[in-house]
Design a protein. Structure first.
Length: 286
């Protein structure tokens, strides 16, 4: 793993805020790792070592991957087709059953697994897994990004990916005690994303950036939505700098699947056409 002379070693408790720091770990690794690297996966109650460049004051010009010294309080903060076995494991009948903890939860969340070649824009991004997936119990709200906090999940599976441009994609799968709880969580995601432009602009103002965040819903199916957010990001749950974030959510029975990937202008020109997002949602429900 390459490191700059300015980098410093920071030990970060990955589950201090579920989802956010685990995502930040993937962002940090994406900034410093080759696609072939295999960093340590976050585990419950453990800490992961992450290379983080020196901090910058809010409002300063901060390259993607650096962390401002003050993080304001906010809501915020990886085969070309599915196999027959995967499709069978993701049947509606199976997903509609309550999810229990232990091995049963692991099996249900594993059934939601997405392969690197199934990720959006794979021809350009050439996605690879950045580390083995981790599944663990969850006893707090799950923080997806600056706009979305998901309550009530009982188990969490996360898989991180890295592109040929060293940008991240993350699949988070959350199980709930029953379908009703998952539907309530799904609605919380929709509510958070519906106001995400305002939330993101408010955060930009706190960092003395032009409030340019724009959020667009790009696709919708029954129990599934996709969005893109284009903005000058603030380091935290997102990387700093000009970027487009792609967010997908699907609710199936007692499971919520959240997929995100980023295009950073500092890494490569945007190449993904969001008109393909309907097919991404269909893949997540197949």
């Amino acid at each position: 793993m390459s490191r700059t002379a300015a980098s410093r070693r920071v030990r970060t408790a990955v589950l201090a805020s579920a989802g956010v720091l685990a995502a930040a770990t993937v962002y940090g690794l994406a900034q410093h790792a080759d696609a072939s690297d295999a960093p340590l996966s976050p585990t419950a109650g453990s800490a992961a070592s992450v290379d983080v460049p020196p901090a910058a004051e809010p409002g300063a010009s901060t390259p993607a991957g650096q962390t401002p010294s003050k993080q304001p309080a906010a809501d915020a903060t990886p085969s070309a087709s599915a196999s027959t076995g995967k499709s069978a494991a993701k049947s509606t009948d199976k997903a509609s059953k309550p999810v229990k903890s232990g091995g049963g939860a692991v099996a249900v969340l594993e059934a939601e697994r997405v392969e690197p070649a199934q990720l959006p824009d794979n021809a350009q991004q050439k996605w690879k897994e950045i580390a083995p997936a981790v599944t663990q119990p969850l006893t707090q709200d799950f923080q997806l990004n600056e706009c979305v906090s998901v309550p009530g999940a009982t188990n969490w599976r996360q898989q991180g990916f890295i592109s040929s441009h060293k940008t991240p994609a993350i699949q988070n799968s959350l199980s709930f005690k029953d379908e009703s709880a998952a539907k309530a969580a799904y609605q919380k995601v929709l509510d958070g994303m519906n106001s995400c432009a305002q939330t993101s602009q408010a955060l930009q103002k706190q960092y003395r950036l032009t409030p340019d965040a724009a959020v667009q819903q790009t696709a919708a199916i029954d129990n599934g939505r996709a969005w893109s957010r284009r903005w000058n990001g603030v380091q935290g749950a997102s990387a700093a700098g000009a970027q487009t974030n792609h967010i997908y959510v699907v609710q199936r029975g007692a499971v919520l699947t959240l997929l995100t990937f980023d295009e950073w202008e500092s890494a490569a020109p945007a190449s993904y056409d969001p008109r393909a997002d309907a097919s991404v949602l269909a893949m997540l429900t197949s």
